[in-house]
Design a protein around this ligand. Structure first.
Ligand code: NAP
Length: 317
């Protein structure tokens, strides 16, 4: 049966930002819950290797995610597997309603909902999703041992995950719509040095084709010449970036042109008592390091907000 539960702080999303906010709030003796629909860790739980998080020269994303969750739980963070359907304000309460019917009421909410992969939106993408089209190299890479794999995109994720996929694939094509990568230089260099990787420049995917059971090839189009070609592959991994997950917020909230939530320096959104951290927030970089920084600030700011509310009530009585 659906329940209604009350907390000081409700955190929506269990990525690095949300878990770090949870650690700080729980350590500050607040009653705090983190609602996560899949695994704690968010994107890092499905990331291959992480080597740019200070103190960890080299660690698997899933292991780091587990460490984050265990650490936060040790200080008293409650993590619930819940899919949040809606976040709204009800007087002084900040409320998360879940698909399960459960309602979590807090005096402050911290949104750490991250983003979802951007789709190519070409024929065959949806049809072959899970049949050779995948958005998660760590989850699905090993299914394509000794096969030819295509990765689409030129950012950190495409180049890094393309390099990771060479562990399984006989060859990896990285197909990019321009002739310059957006990825960090160190990530680029590693891919350029990898003999299993070949770049296909100035090229987009026109369609993903298959035999009804699985993907067999891509129809490519050179954006400079208009020339079309066929590339035989066993799998394709589009890494085109993210779209922020903000659909659950129905109240009017300030966002930037890309739909990312705009906050002030305290991570507070345009709705009082609602904070945002990590990839869902408008900012220059989206890394684990700044997500945990955001989470720290959001937790401290939420604490100050609660203290102000409590002072206000104390003065009234
Ligand atoms: P991203 O940096 O936004 O890169 C997306 C790539 O996809 C770009 O190269 C873009 O091309 C291309 N693209 C977008 N739409 C396309 C379309 N319709 N057709 C073809 N190509 C398309 O996204 P990301 O790589 O997922 O990274 C997101 C954030 O996470 C970034 O801030 C990144 O630094 C961070 N990240 C960091 C690490 C790490 O440090 N280890 C790992 C992963 C992600 P253009 O370049 O032409 O725009």
């Amino acid at each position: 049966m659906a329940e209604e539960k009350r907390y000081d702080i409700v955190i929506v999303g269990g990525g690095p930002g949300g878990l770090c906010a949870g650690l700080y709030s729980a350590r500050g003796r607040r009653k705090v819950v983190c609602l996560e629909k899949y695994l704690p860790g968010g994107q890092i739980a499905i990331t291959g290797e992480v080597e740019d998080y200070l103190g960890f020269e080299h660690i698997q994303g899933a292991e780091l995610a587990m460490k984050f969750a265990e650490h936060a739980k040790k200080f008293g963070l409650e993590i619930q597997m819940e899919e949040v359907a809606e976040v709204y304000t009800d007087g002084e309460d900040r409320v998360a309603r879940c698909e399960s019917g459960n309602i979590y009421r807090g005096k402050a909410i911290i949104l750490s909902t991250g983003g979802s992969p951007i789709k190519l939106n070409v024929p065959g993408e949806q049809e072959y999703s899970g049949k050779g089209v995948s958005y998660c190299a760590i989850c699905d890479g090993s299914f394509f041992k000794d096969r030819v794999i295509a990765v689409i995109g030129g950012g950190d994720a495409a180049v890094e995950e393309g390099t990771f996929l060479t562990k399984f694939a006989s060859k990896v094509y990285i197909i990019h719509r321009r002739d310059q990568l957006r990825a960090q230089k160190i990530i680029q260099q590693r891919a350029f040095d990898n003999p299993k990787i070949e770049f296909i420049w100035n090229t987009v995917v026109a369609s993903i084709n298959g035999n009804n059971k699985s993907v067999t090839d891509l129809t490519l189009k050179n954006v400079k010449t208009g020339e079309k070609s066929t590339l035989e592959i066993g799998a394709v991994f589009p890494y085109l970036g993210f779209r922020p997950n903000t659909d659950i917020v129905h109240d009017e909230m300030k966002k930037d042109d890309g739909g990312y939530i705009v906050t002030d320096f305290r991570m507070e959104t345009s709705i009082k008592g609602v904070f945002a951290c990590g990839d869902v927030r408008a900012q220059l970089v989206r890394q684990i390091t700044n997500a945990v920084g955001d989470g720290t600030t959001a937790a401290v700011a939420a604490e100050k907000y609660l203290e102000e509310l409590e002072d206000k009530h104390a003065r009234r009585t």
